[in-house]
Design a protein around this ligand. Structure first.
Ligand code: PGA
Length: 252
């Protein structure tokens, strides 16, 4: 990691934690983790729990908030969906785009992800763009092709200002929720590919790139030490206040 920057620790709660669970988590986490300047913490609860999270974290502006998805349209007849502008209005500063579960379960293809990133930026919210290969793609030697395609699809739709506003997460699909983690070397190699693609398309050399996939207290030190890893996006292990507090305190 670039020493001049603080690591980012992001929690993707997926479809866990209703409003009550979110409030209880914040109360517990706030006891375990004091605000500090040398880390950035962002939570992605389900949309339905954003208000409860925001209320529970009043007085803790260091605990930033995001949504896990927004619709690609600005507004309209899209039952069940939430727009980027609504998320912003609800007090959210971040939004995930391109998470592999959205790609797989909800059919978000590269073009949809690109549109969503545009909506997020237009709403003055920060996109966290997730990219990553499946096991099949990795074994077929397509790591670079897949990462390049996923990044190009989004960056080609943005101007320089938009590109500068992106944060990235490299999440190998085979490591998500499986207990299998990329080694530090695997992560470093993939992050180098992501960084090269970003730079080739006019993005900053120091873009923030998180690693995600079965991150837990036991492997956080190794992953954070990998070259080019600027932080982590944590699913399962972020549901436990103690475990996530330990992750957020890693290396310091
Ligand atoms: P995991 O999920 O930590 O449970 O593997 C990570 C993610 O999907 O963002």
């Amino acid at each position: 990691m670039n020493d001049s920057r603080r690591p980012m620790f992001a929690a993707n709660w997926k479809m866990h934690m209703g409003p009550r669970g979110a409030s209880e988590f914040v109360a517990a986490f706030a006891e375990l983790y004091a605000p500090r300047d040398d880390a950035r913490i962002v939570f992605f609860p389900p949309s339905i729990s954003v208000a409860a999270f925001r209320d529970a974290s009043e007085g803790r502006p260091d605990l930033e908030l995001g949504v896990q998805d927004v619709h690609e349209a600005v507004s309209g007849a899209h039952t069940g969906a939430v727009s980027a502008a609504m998320a912003k209005e609800a007090g959210v500063g971040w939004a995930l785009a391109g998470h592999s579960e959205r790609r797989r379960e909800f059919g978000d293809d590269d073009a949809t992800v690109a549109t969503k990133v545009n909506r997020i930026l237009e709403s003055d919210t920060r996109p966290l763009l997730c990219v990553g290969e499946t096991l099949e793609e990795r074994e077929a030697g397509q790591l670079e092709t897949v990462l390049s395609r996923q990044i190009k699809a989004v960056l080609d739709t943005l101007d320089g200002h938009g590109i500068a506003g992106l944060t990235y997460a490299y999440e190998p699909v085979w490591a998500i929720g499986t207990g299998r983690t990329a080694s530090a070397d695997d992560a470093a190699a993939a992050h180098a590919v992501v960084r090269r693609e970003i730079e080739m398309r006019g993005g900053p050399a120091d873009a923030v790139i998180l690693y995600g996939g079965s991150v837990k207290p036991a492997n956080i030190d190794e992953l954070l030490s990998a070259h080019g890893v600027d932080g982590v996006l944590v699913g399962g292990a972020s549901l436990d206040p103690e475990g996530f507090a330990a992750i957020c305190s890693a290396g310091r």
